[in-house]
Every structure is written in C-alpha cells, then in structure tokens.
Ligand binder design. Structure first.
Ligand SMILES: Cc1cc2nc3c(=O)[nH]c(=O)nc-3n(C[C@H](O)[C@H](O)[C@H](O)COP(=O)(O)O)c2cc1C
Length: 366
C-alpha cells in the first residue's frame, strides 16, 4: 500500500504543510533561563530532518508562574523573541513548519516558587496543593492578556502558528471541566460560560495578529474516568463553539494528572496491543462530524502507518500527530516514506517522561 495521503501537502489556515505528519507538543525541560537552548534547536532540527511536516513545541510559559517545569521554555516577555527566532529559523531551513504551544500550568503547577491558581480551589493530589481561585478581574486583566500577548510574541518570533494548550488539566482545560470549574461568574456554569476563556483568547489574538496567522488548539475532549469530569458530549459541544469562533485546527486530547496512578493514563496511554492504538480516534471522528472548516489533527497512539493512511484517506482527520514514537525515532516519517511500513518501534511505556527530568528527551530503554 502506498502512503499517498500521508505524504500529500495540506494547509492549516493559509500555511502549507508539506505532509500530514505533526509532532505533538512534547515538553523539553531543556531551556536556559526560559530561552530555547542549542539542545532544543538540535532536537527540533533532528525532527525536521526526519521528515515531519509540522513541529509543535513543548508547552511555552505565558507568564513566569505558568511554567510546566523548572527548565521549561518561556515567551512571557519580548526579551525571549530573539532566541525563539533562532529556533524557528533553524527549523525553516528544512522546509518544515513550527507552531508554538502556549500554556499556563494552573492547578497542576508543581513549581513551588509560585502560587498555583485555577478556576476554583480544588485540591490537586499530585502536588498536594490547593490552588487559589482566580477572581473574574484576574481572568480578564491578567490571564487572557497573558495568552494574547504570548501568541503575538510567537508570531513575531517567526512561528508559523500558535497552539493553545487547553488539555490535560492545565489552566485552560481546567476551565472546561465541571470537576475543576465550580465558578458562578461568566467563566463558570454552562458549557458556553466554561468555554468563554478560550473564545476571549481567540478573539483577542485575532485582533492582535490579524487573520493570516493560524490559531490551533489542543483540546480537552474528555477527562476520562474522572468522576464528575468532562464528558465527550461536553467536549464536542466545546469543540463546536470554538470551531464556530474560527479556530484553524483542533487536536482532540483528554485526561490529566488526577488520573495518574490509575489504569487510565490519558493523555499518554500505555499501549500493549495494536487494539489499544489510536485511542482518540472516536473523539476525532465525532468532532469532525460536528465542525466545519476546521482541520482535525488526530493524536494519541498512532503507531501504524497503514491505519494512519486510512484515517486521512477516509477524511476522519487531516493530520496525524505523534509524540513518543518521534522520541524513539525522530526520522520515522522518512522511514515510512522509504517504503518500510513497520509500525513505530516505540513501546509506549512512558519511560520517556522520566528522561525530561534529567535534562534530555529520549527513550531511556533504547
Ligand atoms: C515526555 C512527554 C512530554 C509531553 N509534553 C507535552 C506538552 O508539553 N504539551 C502537550 O500538549 N502534550 C504533551 N505530551 C503529550 C503528547 O503530546 C501526546 O499528546 C501523548 O503522548 C499521546 O501521543 P503519543 O501516543 O503519540 O505519544 C507529552 C508527552 C510526553 C511523552
């Protein structure tokens, strides 16, 4: 079988991506005082050389307090633009596109130096902290402008698009979930109210950067087995609202830190059999059905190029996105293009998660 569809060029907004392979956002924890280091540039040029069409960076902090990890990358002030420009230029030398993923850790912040903030004060078992609930004024005067300004800086840094990280229990996703959002103001309650923060960020960014810079989103489509969490039906309703707002692409995801230690390890499921692959396929399929004019990026356990080819060919998704397989094999798209269609060698055991705490991003078992 030829992988005709996977190696076809396609657009997100008006940015042309040379094929359908996306590197899903993967935290590096290798920045130097928040700036992309030479090590990060090497990581991304290796991926670019390996044939992927679009790279999404690991989560970039929109504010000093919003970082995912101690050595996370930042873009919370203009002083970071130059070093990000070095990174985007290096990737562009390979005819590969790069998106900044922008994030606020919110309730899941593990960085003790800063207070954890969230829509509501709900204990987070992984850090043992109770976040402080944000006031309405803080949301409108601080949080939304943090994302808008950071998106503007991504544009000025030469990124081809920006991805809002609204998944995995971090701040934006915690607004969407009824488990973490108990607010009674305009940012809580109904689905429309819980989605308001995303719509306001989207509109603010559009005002700031115009209509030609794609804004994409990694979207919490479900909380998984979390009692009282976000259901897929609610996730779909949120996807519909933001697609109507004009978002250029949705990458459906799910899960978060509250499920760590259970069998349900969403977002990075430990895959033991081929039947466990493609675990966000039905979410992507259902979101595709109810959204128009919005590209769908299928993510989560994509390991087999022949299945991936079929998903694109059938129109279930426009792009496929991978994280762990590209840690093990940065040149996976090239291998598949060369005619070797053996599925990804990654065993999806999640050992790569430990590597980032030691300042590398690799499969320790390789
Ligand atoms: C080491 C590691 C770091 C990750 N960091 C991020 C991140 O910064 N932002 C994000 O949205 N997802 C992050 N993820 C999740 C991945 O993007 C992806 O959604 C998940 O691993 C499932 O895709 P896969 O089966 O292709 O690995 C990370 C995953 C791994 C393994």
């Amino acid at each position: 079988m030829e992988l005709k569809n996977l190696f076809n060029s396609e657009k997100i907004g008006n940015v042309q991506v040379k094929n359908r392979f996306v590197r899903s956002a993967t935290a590096e924890n290798m920045a130097e005082d928040g700036h992309p280091s030479d090590q990060i540039i090497k990581l991304y040029t290796d991926l670019a050389e390996g044939g992927v069409g679009l790279i999404i960076t690991g989560g970039i902090a929109v504010d000093p307090s919003s970082t995912l990890s101690k050595n996370g990358t930042s873009l919370y002030s203009d002083e970071f633009i130059l070093s990000h420009r070095k990174l985007t230029e290096a990737v562009h030398d390979y005819d590969v596109k790069i998106s900044a993923q922008i994030v606020h850790a919110g309730r899941q912040s593990a960085y003790k130096k800063y207070e954890a903030v969230a829509p509501s004060s709900i204990f987070y078992p992984v850090t043992g902290r109770v976040p402080r609930a944000l006031s309405t004024e803080e949301i409108t005067k601080n949080i939304i402008p943090f994302f808008v300004e950071c998106g503007r800086r991504a544009f000025e840094s030469g990124y081809d698009m920006v991805q809002l990280h609204a998944a995995h229990g971090y701040l934006l996703s915690s607004f969407l979930s009824p488990f973490t959002n108990k607010r009674t103001d305009e940012f809580g309650g109904s689905i429309l109210n819980r989605t308001k923060i995303l719509v306001e960020i989207y509109n603010g960014l559009r005002d700031e950067i115009g209509k030609n810079f794609p804004i994409i989103i990694k979207l919490q489509s479900q909380d998984g087995d979390l009692p009282g969490g976000l259901s897929l039906d609610e996730g779909k309703a949120i996807a519909k609202i933001i697609s109507e707002t004009g978002i250029d692409a949705i990458e459906p995801s799910g899960g978060g830190g509250d499920l760590i230690g259970t069998d349900n390890t969403l977002p990075s499921v430990e895959i033991k059999t081929p039947e466990e692959e493609n675990y966000f396929l039905s979410a992507a399929e259902e979101i595709r059905e109810i959204t128009d004019d919005c590209k769908i990026i299928l993510m989560g356990g994509i390991r087999n190029p022949l299945s991936a080819e079929k998903f694109i060919q059938k129109g279930i998704a426009d792009f496929i996105s991978m994280s762990r397989p590209l840690i093990y094999e940065p040149d996976l798209p090239n291998r598949w293009e060369s005619g070797d269609h053996t599925p990804a060698f990654c065993e999806s055991c999640n050992a790569c998660y430990t590597s980032i705490f030691y300042g590398t991003l690799e499969c320790p078992l390789k």
